[in-house]
Design a protein around this ligand. Structure first.
Ligand SMILES: [Zn+2]
Length: 275
């Protein structure tokens, strides 16, 4: 007769395992990290922080941040459930970032570029005055120095409501800077990741000479639920996914994350140094 002995359960150390949002399977975090945060079972792309994205795309230690003195403010003294100033302070303490965007110079296989990346941990990667200003200055400096611009957007927040029209006017400002960059022969490659929405998609994120999306990202202006409730019609299959946007011309190419760096390098070779 087999005797069973009950042993106290060993608690798993925190953060070793994660539940995948794509397939609901349990995924070993080390395996996930080694695979650039793409689920090895279903290829769901987990969100990346700005530092992780820099490490995955750029040459090691090549990134140098620009315009770090540009920091967010609370000009409207905005308050919803919490004060905006308090939310900013919390996000800064939690992420170590001053705002939702990191900009600077970097290299891919030795080739220099101006780089920007939003971080969805910081108020859903939304664009307020400081984010818009940093992106604009990045593009202006890239134009002056003849550098291509590569941006990675992961912004579910769109334009940041806490700054009202001051956020909305960033859409015009960043778009105008990109127009001047383009007029001077500058190249801009935009990478869309899950999710990229609202005023970010409706401005710089969709203005790339080349627009690349990661697979199965949600890309749109207003979210599908709001649209469905407003127009009271069912939406097409796959609405606002990367694949849907590729079929409808907003996206040029869908690239799984493990191939992203090599693809960006190819586009830089073809386009950025063509003139
Ligand atoms: Zn999965």
């Amino acid at each position: 007769m087999v005797r069973f002995r009950f042993r106290p359960k060993k608690a798993l150390p925190d953060g070793l395992w994660l539940k995948c949002e794509g397939c609901a399977e349990t995924v070993y975090k080390k395996e996930l990290d080694a695979n650039q945060k793409v689920c090895p079972k279903c290829e769901y792309h987990f969100p990346m922080t700005a530092p992780e994205r820099i490490a995955s795309l750029l040459d090691p230690d090549s990134f140098a941040p620009w315009f770090e003195s540009v920091r967010p403010a609370d000009p409207l003294n905005f308050r919803a459930l919490k004060g905006y100033a308090e939310q900013l302070a919390e996000a800064q303490a939690r992420t170590g970032l001053s705002d939702a965007i990191v900009v600077g110079s970097g290299r891919i296989d030795g080739s220099s570029l101006a780089f920007s990346c939003t971080d969805s941990r910081f108020l859903m990667g939304s664009m307020g005055s400081a984010v818009g200003e940093k992106f604009t200055r990045l593009v202006e400096r890239a134009t002056k120095e003849g550098l291509p611009v590569v941006s990675v957007s992961g912004s579910g927040g769109g334009a940041r409501m806490h700054e009202s029209s001051l956020s909305l006017m960033q859409m015009v400002k960043v778009s105008a800077a990109l127009r001047r960059h383009s007029a001077r022969g500058g190249f801009f490659l935009s990478i869309l990741t899950h999710p990229t929405m609202g005023g970010v998609l409706a401005s710089f994120a969709s203005l790339g000479d080349i627009v690349i999306a990661e697979p199965r990202a949600l890309l749109g202006f207003t979210g599908p639920r709001v649209i469905r409730e407003t127009i009271r019609q069912s939406l097409p299959e796959g609405f606002q996914s990367s694949e849907f946007m590729l079929d409808h011309g907003l996206v040029d190419k869908i690239v799984p994350r493990p191939h992203l760096r090599a693809t960006v390098r190819q586009f830089l070779e073809y386009c950025a140094h063509a003139s």
